[in-house]
Design a protein around this ligand. Structure first.
Ligand SMILES: [Zn+2]
Length: 405
């Protein structure tokens, strides 16, 4: 009995109940509250390193040797949540907050010498940007502001012409096939014009004749993408008239009118160029190129060119067609037909004329340039190609009956 009682007593009084330095011995209410209030201070019993006791308890257990490295607290992380309601429960702080920019603040900024220096530098920069991008147009001798090189406009429009083709496909607008006589006619004229187009040898010429008899339109995108809507073909009654249309459109490219139109707003362009630098830095270059490319299309399709630009295109186009041995007098007749159509109104008004406002002054100018154009035609190397024998030979080569009217 005595043994069992002793055994029982031994069992009843476990050794670990005796106060030691372990965490279980922290029984003072202060210590308990500290451990319970901060869950970060609880240590798992499985941890090999004994937890460092709080400084106040160190004094009590000073007889225990605690290695100094074990006192170093572990690095704990904690997620702090931003809860505005906690700091501003009734919203009064937000309501009474002072604005960052007040009238007096703005006044101080405006009067600051630094602001004056920055403004002066910005204005000087804008002037330098403007004057360093001025150029003289060879034909008319006028000075213009153009920030886009022919090359950059071409790169921008390269993407756009694919979009245009996609749009045609989506709207079930057919591109005429190679064997269609209308496509062959446009190709034939373009083939003669290209060597005299002055558009450089690295242009990747592609010719699309769009099957749309109700649309009388034609344009040449920078990079040599030619679009002719079949509706303009009956209006351009002969190849020389078609050469007048295409020569005029090529001339807009030669003279860099698209880039000039895009450069129209100096403020926007300074912003665009800053944006370009930022976009290139953060890898958004293609997106910006896409945006600028859409501007190319807008300029070519929607915005009528200025009278000066039209006049330049008329002159260059006339010389191109004359050098390619087309009859420049047909340009006058074509514009007279357009003028008549525009005057009488109705369905006869061609779309091309709406973006190319025709006027009597234009016809008068072309008539003035005719002697020079005729001279160019006579002096051109292609003169012999208009000989019937040559036409016949080429017809044999291409298998197409060439009818020069
Ligand atoms: Zn034009």
């Amino acid at each position: 009995m005595a043994r069992t009682a002793l055994q029982r007593r031994r069992i009843i009084i476990p050794v670990r109940a005796w106060p030691t330095h372990s965490a279980t011995t922290i029984s003072s209410p202060r210590a308990q509250s500290r451990t319970s209030s901060s869950p970060l201070r609880t240590y798992s019993s499985s941890s090999r390193a004994p937890p460092p006791p709080p400084p106040s308890l160190l004094r009590l257990v000073h007889h225990q040797r605690v290695p100094p490295q074990k006192i170093i607290p572990r690095i704990q992380t904690r997620n702090y949540e931003f809860r505005p309601s906690q700091y501003d429960p009734d919203g009064s702080r937000l309501r009474d907050a002072k604005p960052l920019l007040t009238k007096s603040n703005l006044g101080r900024v405006a009067r600051s010498p630094n602001t004056h220096i920055i403004t002066l530098l910005a204005i000087a920069g804008a002037f330098i940007f403007y004057f360093s991008n001025l150029e003289t147009v060879p034909v008319s001798g006028r000075t213009r502001f153009n920030v886009y090189s022919q090359d950059s406009v071409r790169k921008m429009s390269d993407m756009q012409y694919k979009m245009l083709l996609y749009e045609f496909e989506r709207n079930n607008i057919r591109i005429l096939g190679d064997s269609d006589p209308r496509t062959q006619r446009v190709r034939r004229v373009m083939k003669k014009l290209i060597p005299f187009s002055g558009m450089g040898k690295d242009e990747n010429w592609e010719i699309y004749v769009v099957d749309d008899p109700h649309t009388a339109n034609a344009f040449v995108l920078p990079g040599g993408k030619v679009f002719v809507f079949s509706g303009i073909l009956p209006l351009a009654r002969n190849d020389s008239a078609l050469a007048a249309v295409l020569g005029h459109e090529i001339a807009h490219n030669v003279a860099g009118h698209v880039g000039e139109r895009m450069s129209g707003s100096i403020g926007t362009n300074i912003l665009l160029y800053s944006g370009m630098l930022v976009a290139a830095g953060i890898g958004l270059g293609p997106l910006l190129m896409h945006y600028l490319g859409s501007k190319v299309l807008t300029v070519v399709l929607e915005n009528p060119m200025s009278r000066k630009q039209e006049s330049e295109a008329d002159y260059i186009g006339l010389m191109i067609m004359a050098e390619a041995c087309y009859d420049p007098r047909e340009a006058v007749r074509f514009w007279e037909r357009m003028e008549q159509g525009a005057r009488h109104g109705g369905e006869e008004v061609p779309e091309w004329a709406s973006t190319h406002p025709s006027n009597e002054n234009r016809i008068k100018k072309i008539q003035e340039w005719l002697p020079k154009a005729m001279e160019k035609r006579d002096m051109s190397d292609c003169r012999t190609t208009t000989a019937f024998a040559d036409l016949f030979r080429r017809a044999l080569e291409t298998g197409v009956l060439i009818v020069e009217e």
